[in-house]
Structures are given as structure tokens and as C-alpha cells.
Unconditional design. Structure first.
Length: 325
């Protein structure tokens, strides 16, 4: 990657234009022509640096529920259990991590289904006797964006929690066909919304207007590229679980949310045998860089009790498929 690739990646993550021809609009912001912009994006996708481009829907706003879960699996069975877990279409993320609880995964499914029953059934099928069920209590940050342009990004990051502060208006109706079509990877072409518009019987302008309406309501968090961190120069990530005193939870959560290297920060329920209530996902170019961020957050928040769970292997990472036919 050269410097223009890096600036382009930041633009794709932070400043994706809400227009019928977003790549042409982006090209005008950068010292690139439309054809070169599309060529560079296509190459970055081929290199698997860009995982996907498109709207990122807020599951909780469109009738879905997500939960983080962890299994304690004997090392000799880890790959087999992980493969079985990944085979469940409700599982979107699945990783091996250091520690006794060594398989961590996310389940997302319609609110009408019992998500606790889903996790318990998966544990039973895998002959796993010890598991954690960790729903979200509070979301301090969810924004998987990597700083690529070394400060050359064209606009500032959003304030921590800003994109999740809105409640969906009571009269806002979710169009399942619209979500089903727009959740797909956006084509890298001069008119990327043309295919979706034809299938939905809308004009491209109307599709963009609807995207704006969903963004304004909070049903879409943002429209952006999602990168694959290992290929983008961030090969290390550590899920850090914290055990703060009650009065330190918000201090830690807000401090973590301000860090560019922290992609996710949640409060989750603690229990007697697992006393951790704040979860931060930290990305870095080295193990020492990640641990430096952890030490800094510990000092800034006054929270000294924490556990580092280093990611060892990615078994699955995919977007939720909402409203499948």
C-alpha cells in the first residue's frame, strides 16, 4: 500500500459519501480520478485488506439481538468445537483466545427467538459444560475503524457513543426487503446502488434517500468499509476484560471509547466466578503496543484488575444476514 491507498482507506471507513455515485464523489476529495479510485479499491479488496463495503445496520434497532458467549473447551477438542459453532448461521464471529475460556463467539438472531436457549443448545451439542453468556448492558463504543492514513483523514472521528445515542422513532417502519438487499457488499462501480434499486423497484436517488433516513433514525450506524486488520497492518488484537469498582466503570468505558485502537467497548454482566464487567477489544501492530494501551487505560481509569485474552485464531468473521428468505 502507498500513502494514497492509506488515505483512501480512511475515507472509506470514516467519510463514505451518501450519494448515488460515492466513488466519484470520493475521487473529487482526493488527488485521484474516478477510474483510479475504483481501481485502487478493487485492488485493496482483492488483497483482502477491505473485507466489505456497505451499510452497517444496528441489529438492536431492526428486531435482532446479539450476545457474546464463551466456552471452556479442552485444547484437543478446540478446533472441532469451533467448527461446529461456526456452522451455526447465527454465529457471526468466532475466535480462539488465550485463557481458560478459550472459544469466544457472537450470536445474533431475531428477538423472537430465545438466544439463551440457542447458546445452551450449542454447549450441549458440543459437550461443553462451562460457558459464559454475556449480553450487553451498556454500549460505550462499537466502531471497527483502523487509522491508516497517519492523521491524514479528511474529517474527525465521531464522538464516543454518538452514533448509538438515538432511539429508533416509534413510527419508523423497517422495510425487510430494503435491509435484505442493502446489507450486501456494495459493488465497486460508478453506480453501486443501481442493482439494488432495480430489484427494489426504486430509483437510485430513492435508495440513497432511504439510506439517509435509516442513518438519521439510527437503524444504520454508518456506511463504510470494514477492513481485515491482519492484512491492514494490525495483526494483534486483545480482548481485555476488566473488573472495575462501580464508580470506575464509566471512567474506563469513556476513556476506552476515545482510543482509536479500541474498536469495541461494552459493559456486560459479571458473576461470582467471572467478575469482569467491562470488555474492550484492542488492536495494534504488536503485542507490546496493545499492552501499552491497556496499561495506559488502567492508569487513566484507576482500574488495575483485568485479564488479557489474546486472539490466537479467527475461525469465523461474517456480517449478519438479516431477514433471510
Amino acid at each position: 500500500m502507498d500513502s494514497l491507498d492509506r488515505v483512501l482507506l480512511d475515507c472509506l471507513q470514516y467519510d463514505f459519501p451518501l450519494t448515488t455515485q460515492p466513488y466519484a464523489t470520493m475521487a473529487r476529495r482526493l488527488p485521484l480520478g474516478p477510474r483510479e479510485t475504483i481501481g485502487r479499491i478493487t485492488r485493496l479488496k482483492t488483497m483482502n485488506i477491505i473485507r466489505q463495503i456497505g451499510p452497517i445496520f444496528d441489529s438492536s434497532k431492526i428486531g435482532y439481538r446479539s450476545v457474546l458467549a464463551a466456552f471452556k473447551v479442552p485444547p484437543g477438542r478446540l478446533d472441532a468445537v469451533a467448527q461446529a459453532v461456526s456452522g451455526n448461521p447465527a454465529v457471526t464471529h468466532n475466535y480462539a483466545r488465550s485463557g481458560d475460556y478459550n472459544l469466544w463467539f457472537t450470536v445474533t438472531q431475531p428477538e423472537s427467538r430465545d438466544i439463551l436457549e440457542t447458546v445452551d443448545r450449542m454447549a450441549k451439542d458440543a459437550a461443553v459444560n462451562d460457558r459464559l453468556f454475556l449480553p450487553t448492558v451498556r454500549n460505550f463504543k462499537i466502531g471497527f475503524r483502523l487509522e491508516m492514513g497517519k492523521g491524514e483523514r479528511t474529517s474527525p472521528a465521531e464522538q464516543p457513543g454518538k452514533e448509538h445515542s438515538k432511539r429508533l422513532p416509534a413510527n419508523f417502519a423497517i422495510n425487510k426487503a430494503f435491509v435484505r438487499e442493502l446489507q450486501k457488499d456494495l459493488p465497486v462501480s460508478q453506480r453501486p446502488y443501481r442493482s439494488a434499486a432495480r430489484k427494489l423497484g426504486l430509483t437510485e436517488g430513492r435508495v440513497v434517500a432511504e439510506l439517509g433516513r435509516y442513518l438519521e433514525a439510527g437503524a444504520i450506524r454508518r456506511i463504510a468499509a470494514v477492513l481485515k486488520p491482519v492484512n491492514a497492518g494490525y495483526p494483534v488484537n486483545i480482548l481485555t476484560v476488566w473488573n472495575p469498582a462501580k464508580e470506575h466503570k464509566e471512567i474506563l468505558g469513556l476513556a476506552a471509547a476515545e482510543r482509536n485502537q479500541v474498536s469495541h467497548c461494552y459493559e456486560r454482566p459479571a458473576c461470582k466466578d467471572w467478575p469482569y464487567s467491562i470488555y474492550t477489544m484492542i488492536h495494534g501492530k504488536s503485542l507490546e503496543e496493545c499492552r501499552g494501551i491497556i496499561r495506559s487505560l488502567s492508569g487513566e481509569s484507576g482500574v488495575s484488575r483485568y485479564k488479557e485474552l489474546t486472539t490466537i485464531k479467527e475461525y469465523k468473521k461474517s456480517r449478519v444476514e438479516y431477514f433471510p428468505l
